[in-house]
Design a protein around this ligand. Structure first.
Ligand code: NDP
Length: 341
């Protein structure tokens, strides 16, 4: 049999729970069930990402559609091909998908897959970690909105996470002064160890505005925002003239019980007075564009040269994947969260 993780019920507001998911066992698909241009794959690694919360709200106006109830959860993933009816993909190939089903084995249309050119079992995980969607988000945000210039100061929230740790290191490589923010002492130490010039724990720092001022007395030229809410508001009081604010994520707001609980920003006037740019980033807009090739070239080069570290938080066993999702909103992951199937 195969293990599958299905969407069980929606939670419009508040924190998600294990009850949003259902882990079931089902008869394994066989190669006899393949239609033309399909493959039977065995999942290797599945990505666990904060945006999954939005897909469990049941909202019809989401920026990506909600998961269908009683259907498998999907995220980015990598798998190995066990049987194929396609001329382009063969048994043993490593493939990636942006809509990989949370199943131990699946029958998949080859049109939804990308064959990883130098994919081996050994490096399969890289395609949902260091070369995965969140790393690409970091690259896109920094290059298209951040437009870093050497000597400037960048503030990065959730700096030890999947996106944040790449932002810290790319910013450093561009000659910026980097200030990282994270939610525990261990994470703060890690952020410093990958190159941040200063870092602090937002849970123990006291007044956010003051903590930012202390860590960046020269002011903030770029703020890479992964959290939104009160911390974003505090960052706005510390921006320099011509600052760029990359609105990448608002994880502090994902689990509000209702829209009235959403944090109301008070310091947006600073965007005007500092002639700042405040721009949202959607990584999916850049899939299949030359920016993706630039990302692979640049991040690939740094990684190969040993100049890029990537911390991974690996959960073993598909049945434990729902808990890994919940951990993201409690800061229990330390590094990029993935499930080893
Ligand atoms: P992370 O690996 O950073 O994991 C989530 C982290 O968020 C937690 O470990 C925790 O770290 C922090 N966090 C949780 N709750 C709060 C809170 N209430 N206030 C502040 N921090 C909190 O996740 P990713 O790197 O994958 O994602 C980072 C952000 O980027 C998310 O907001 C995500 O939605 C967004 N994103 C956006 C994309 C886009 O296209 N725009 C694409 C990918 C991600 P800590 O212990 O430090 O609090």
């Amino acid at each position: 049999p195969v293990t599958r993780v299905l969407a069980n019920r929606y939670s419009p507001g508040g924190a998600p729970s294990l009850d949003n998911f259902k882990v079931v066992s089902a008869p394994a698909p066989t190669k006899d069930s393949l239609k033309e241009n399909q493959v039977l794959v065995r999942s290797l690694y599945l990505s666990v990402d904060p945006y999954q919360r939005g897909r469990l709200t049941g909202a019809t106006n989401n920026y990506i559609p909600c998961y269908e109830l009683n259907k498998p959860i999907t995220t980015d993933g990598v798998a190995i091909v066990e049987a194929s009816t396609s001329a382009d993909i063969s048994e043993g190939d490593i493939v990636s998908s942006r809509i990989a089903s949370w199943e131990t084995k699946s029958v998949v249309d080859v049109a939804t897959l990308r064959k990883l050119p130098t994919g081996t079992i050994e490096n399969a995980r890289d395609f949902v970690t260091v070369f995965g969607m969140p790393s690409f988000t970091a690259f896109v945000g920094l290059t298209t909105v951040g437009k870093p210039k050497a000597g400037e100061t960048i503030l990065v929230s959730s700096a030890s996470g999947a996106v944040g740790q790449i932002v810290v290191q790319l910013a450093k490589a561009c000659g910026l002064r980097v200030v990282g923010v994270a939610g525990s002492e261990d994470k703060v130490e890690f952020v410093k160890s990958i190159g941040a010039d200063a870092a602090f724990n937002y849970k123990t720092c006291g007044v956010f505005t003051e903590a930012i001022k202390q860590a960046a007395p020269e002011g903030i030229d770029i703020y890479f925002d992964n959290v939104g809410g009160e911390f974003l508001d505090a960052a706005l009081t510390n921006i320099n003239f011509g600052a760029r604010i990359i609105s990448c994520g608002m994880i502090s707001q994902y689990n509000v019980k209702s829209a009235d609980e959403t944090y109301g920003l008070k310091n947006t006037f600073n965007i005007l007075t500092k002639a700042a740019i405040f721009q949202g980033v959607r990584v999916s807009r850049y899939y299949g564009t030359p920016t993706e090739d630039e990302f692979m070239a640049e991040v690939g080069k740094l990684y190969k040269e040993g100049k890029l570290q990537y911390r991974i938080d690996e959960t073993t066993g598909l049945e434990n994947a729902p808990q890994a999702v919940l951990n993201l909103y409690d800061g229990k992951n330390f590094g990029k969260s993935v499930v080893k199937v």
